[in-house]
Write a protein that binds this ligand. Sequence first.
Ligand code: SAM
Length: 257
Amino acid sequence: MSFNDDLHSLTLSEDGSYTAYSKEYDEHYHSTRDGALHESLVKHVVPGYLHVENKLEVNILDICYGLGFNTLATVLYYKKYVPQLKVNIYSPELDASLVKSLVNFEYPAEFEVLREMIETLSTKGIYKDKNFYIELFLGDAREYIKRFEDKFDIVYQDAFSPSTNPILWTKEYFRDIANAMKKEGVLTTYSIAFKTRMALYENGFHIYLNTGEGYRDATIASQIQLLNVVSVDMEHKISCNPHMLSLRDKDIIKQEI
Ligand SMILES: C[S@@+](CC[C@H](N)C(=O)[O-])C[C@H]1O[C@@H](n2cnc3c(N)ncnc32)[C@H](O)[C@@H]1O
């Protein structure tokens, strides 16, 4: 059975890994230019890992599971660099049929060693071994995140874009994310939109630039000050854009009626 269906089609991305295109959201699951696997590593897995290096156990919230690249790349990376670490990954995903279809997805060769994990997650939604606990929640991320308080060391904010899926980028959404995170936790996202950074900033996050060769700029955010990362001067940006507001739930709900 092929992964292509009425709502999704396979797309080859620049690093040679396949991503998918969502006909429903009219958007790719990853940046085709940065490459699906590469994007996952440089925008989420590595910057997240750098801020939790000395822990014995790490809790990660992966918003949203999608094709599972962020979760699977995390497992590969941590297995290689910190094989003794206990890692718990929690990942909501609205599209249950997508998750089911992932047994047929053409993952990069690097993921071949995770075949059993991929199949177990796709069919049972939960995976456990000595080092990894992975739980998928098939439903709305907005509801799911309310279950947690002071829990997450790392949050991968990887929803479809703010213009396509605004409900996962509002000030109220990031308030619940902040509440679900530990104070010293870090959030990673590909979005560098002012509105995204503003919604984080209004919830007490410091904003940092994730920049490097071979990928487009991204954002890191934390409720504590981080060292060795380029800080974004939000006060200056706000003074240059005094009328620009963060997204708010009420505006989106109004639009949807
Ligand atoms: C950009 S993709 C995630 C890519 C994923 N991180 C990966 O590495 O493959 C966004 C995902 O969000 C899911 N989604 C959209 N709205 C959602 C919601 N309210 N709750 C949970 N998942 C949602 C979509 O079905 C889609 O799979």
